[in-house]
Ligand binder design. Structure first.
Ligand SMILES: *Cc1c(COP(=O)(O)O)cnc(C)c1O
Length: 395
């Protein structure tokens, strides 16, 4: 059974709560909606019940958006390994560096978690066609889970996106439309085409359930670290569903009594030098982020000039005592190569960026040698082999 009860505005703006047996995308005020649970009743749910459950994100189904007896659309996403990166940590003088390897999800990125949850709900709600704008990985995951659910999928992707992303959408039977411009332009086209046709939009934070999939990263961290939080979580941030989802999970986990309230991990948001709206807003002390002009980076997942959940990301960073920093494209490639060479892990540029951020925070003394640090490797390197060839050619 699940303690899922209703949907609520993330601000919150005071609008009435919404019934999750109906389709809802954004709150009437334009802000993202969040799934809510009966957390008081969920205190009866014991973490001991997790023992022996399937190693995927639906092992936390009591606090997932599912109705009683409902089967999720799953390809085995989640419960990715968390391992102690001793050799890589030693290069920075860190004794407790861990990698949460999200590249091992279906379609090679943590986007699988969000789409598994979103498409599970879309199917229940009677959707026939899933639609979304994407920088790459979200489209691959949406295409795969749509196929698994028996639904059609319409992907809108910037025309200059990598071939690998476009071809992989088609591999899972999706219809791909190439759009002039960035993911924000692709979003506009997807909405215009889809609205009259009743397509179910699974854009980042424009439906309430991708966050619920992403929040399971925090449930897994808690379980894998034996119910203690790490000191730092370092997370490459684009649309921010991971940051927002994990922050929501900390709250739920405390309220059901699985970890005592108190010090949560410091959340570090990592962006690209030429697309860093959250970093700029953090440094300015702003509550919301201004759109970034002429955004460009080889880390496709970070090429998000404007995040609809900006205020939620900034809240999580500030309330956790964390920080936000941006790294250059060439340094991300160095990061990929370091993670690969020292740990044998296949990292996307986004994972490389997280490593560079840790390097910088260790060098300036913010992260101390015995702090526990979790590097989120949000995707794998295989869709970026062109980047590595260019780098090799240039050095
Ligand atoms: C989408 C993506 C990100 C950004 O994730 P958000 O949770 O939307 O901020 C980071 N890394 C990779 C590999 C991605 O595909």
């Amino acid at each position: 059974m699940s303690f899922f009860t209703h949907l609520e505005c993330s601000v919150p703006c005071g609008a009435p709560t919404l019934d999750p047996s109906q389709r809802h995308h954004l709150c009437a005020c334009g802000a993202p909606l969040l799934a809510r649970y009966d957390l008081a009743a969920a205190r009866s749910w014991s973490r001991d019940s997790l023992v022996g459950r399937d190693p995927n994100m639906w092992r936390y189904r009591e606090l997932m958006p599912l109705f009683d007896g409902e089967a999720p659309v799953t390809l085995g996403e989640g419960f990715t390994p968390l391992f102690h990166a001793r050799a890589l940590g030693a290069t920075l003088g860190l004794n407790r560096l861990f990698i949460k390897d999200e590249s091992l999800n279906p379609t090679n990125s943590f986007k699988a978690r969000g789409q598994s949850a979103a498409i599970t709900r879309a199917k229940y709600l009677g959707a026939r066609t899933i639609a979304l704008p994407t920088a790459g990985n979200a489209g691959n995951a949406a295409a795969a889970y749509s196929a698994a659910a028996g639904l059609s999928c319409e992907v809108f992707i910037p025309g200059d996106a990598k071939r690998a992303f476009i071809d992989e959408c088609r591999l899972y039977g999706a219809n791909v439309t190439l759009v002039d411009g960035l993911i924000t332009d692709a979003g506009r086209t997807a909405a215009e085409r889809g609205a009259p046709l009743g397509w179910y939009d699974v854009s980042t934070l424009k439906e309430p359930y991708r966050i619920e999939g992403k929040k399971t990263m925090a449930y897994e961290l808690a379980e894998q670290m034996d119910w203690r939080w790490p000191d730092w979580i370092v997370y490459p941030t684009g649309g921010g569903t991971g940051m927002v989802g994990m922050w929501k999970a900390f709250d739920e986990i405390e309220r059901i009594g699985w970890i005592d309230p108190g010090r949560r991990p410091r959340m570090v948001s990592v962006q690209a030098e030429n697309c860093a709206p959250i970093v700029r807003a953090f440094q300015l002390g702003a509550e919301k982020a201004q759109p970034w002009e002429a955004a460009s980076t080889l880390a496709d997942g970070l090429r998000v000039p404007r995040a609809i959940g900006d205020f939620l990301i900034l809240r999580a960073i500030r309330e956790s005592g964390g920080t936000a920093l941006s790294v250059s494209d060439p340094s991300m490639v160095d990061g990929m190569l370091a993670i690969g060479a020292y740990e044998g892990v296949s990292a996307a540029p986004e994972g490389g960026a997280a490593f560079v951020a840790i390097q910088r925070l260790a060098a300036d003394g913010s992260i101390r040698p015995d702090d526990s640090v979790v590097l989120f490797n949000t995707g794998g390197a295989l869709k970026y082999l062109d980047v590595l060839s260019h780098h090799a050619a240039a050095t």
